[in-house]
Design a protein around this ligand. Sequence first.
Ligand SMILES: [Zn+2]
Length: 531
Amino acid sequence: MARPSPRLLIAGALLTLAAAATAARQGSAPRAALPFTVISADARRPLAASLVGETVMVSLDDLAALFRLTVRDDAVAGGVTVGYKGRTIVLTAGQPLASAAGRLVSLPAPPSRDGRRWLVPVEFVSRALGPVYDAKLDVRKNSRLVLVGDVRVPRVTVRQEAAGAQTRVAFAVSPRTTYTVSQEPSRVLVHFDADALDASLPTFSPQGLLQSIRLSESGQTVTLDVGPRFGSFRTSTAPLEEGGIQVVVDLLPAAAEPTPAVPTRAGPPALPVPPLPDLPPPAIQPTAGALRTIVLDAGHGGDDTGVKGATGVLEKDVTLAMARRLKSVLEGRLGVRVLLTRDADQAVPLDDRAAFANNNKADLFVSLHANASARQTVGGAQVYSFSAGRSPDDARLAAMPPQVLPTVGGGSREIEMIPWEMAQVRYVSESASLAAAVEEQCRDRVRMNPRAVLQAPLRLLAGANMPAILVETGFLTNPEDETHIASEAFQNGLAQALVDGLLRYRDVAAQPRPRQGNAPGAGREPVRRLP
Ligand SMILES: [Zn+2]
């Protein structure tokens, strides 16, 4: 772009000021949001997104780089002109419209200034750029995809259900897409022959043999993490009326109840049966999903006292007392390894806390705190999990170019690198389930805040490479809470509730336990499930 004249600069600065003032008035300064992935036949590229009010916006500069557009400010009219191969799109400040090659199209919100950048609703891509662009452009907002040209991105809707000892996962796939299902030590991979998946995964709660459902980084594989009781799987396919297919994956237990003998009859051979349950254990023991190691983090410590209550109760003391109590209850009831980020009144840097959990390959990370409020009346416990929605790190994540790595056997594959500090983005939904399970168990035993389950972009949790929650045990600024939090009765009750919550999260049946062999009743114990 040519060097702008001083007059334009001043006009631009005034516009920026005006925009900033508007943004401040409406409380709508852009917040970072999870990035989109732009999928074309030959590449996957990230596209940073932000939220202005409730509208998902992308920057015109980013679109210009991705789609070879020119972006020209029209300072006098207060708008911007986007060019592509001699065709133009005109946007006017304050108007939720665009003129694309002379045709007016509507947008969910007007373009918005963010410093020197213009932000436009992501729908701009399909509605305004689509009509002037050489290839088809499609925005799949829910799965955060922008599709360029003819790419194969089937819609995949996943459901889970327990059926007796087995767990069924059903995939509605449209249009029909070929797939393969394979097994690894602690997971079953359902891979689709597609450029990406427009996937909608269930709000997951661990159930039966299934620990979690997630979309792989490559975006073409749905990973079913299975617990230690998992033995094998069975798949079947059926056409769907709407033209797609339904793929059913049945997860079968390893130490299954003895399969009732199928009466032998003349006729077609029986369906293939799962591998025999008496096989020796695999060389690699399944670990994913099992609760082996839990890291408890006593908030604050040393010079960092945290919140101080009116009668002198210090947050750093109650968090340590709680962590120790919880450790002994967890070890006693679950027989798991419990590690504390600190076991003394000492300072531990914020980033070292999640790093400690990562280094110890913890399966869960639970941080304990006590809250403060300017209003004394505010009280009760709260359970937080991480959300990336407003984290400034999000923009960095989105800005990182995909890395191309050589693969064994030649060729290369593209993987998305997640910065270490953002490890938690993979566990957002699992952590939310964990928070919900813990809150549910706390509800009956501990006074809860009206807003008891929350998500926030907490830096403490961002680096944890496992499901993670932060429990605010109550408000030390609330006199009643202060008395409670310091009391043994409250701490015991909360510890019990937390243990039950963790158990609730990871189905009791998935816990490693002494093998009962073929003792009578083995495999017949009642399985606790989430309702
Ligand atoms: Zn704290």
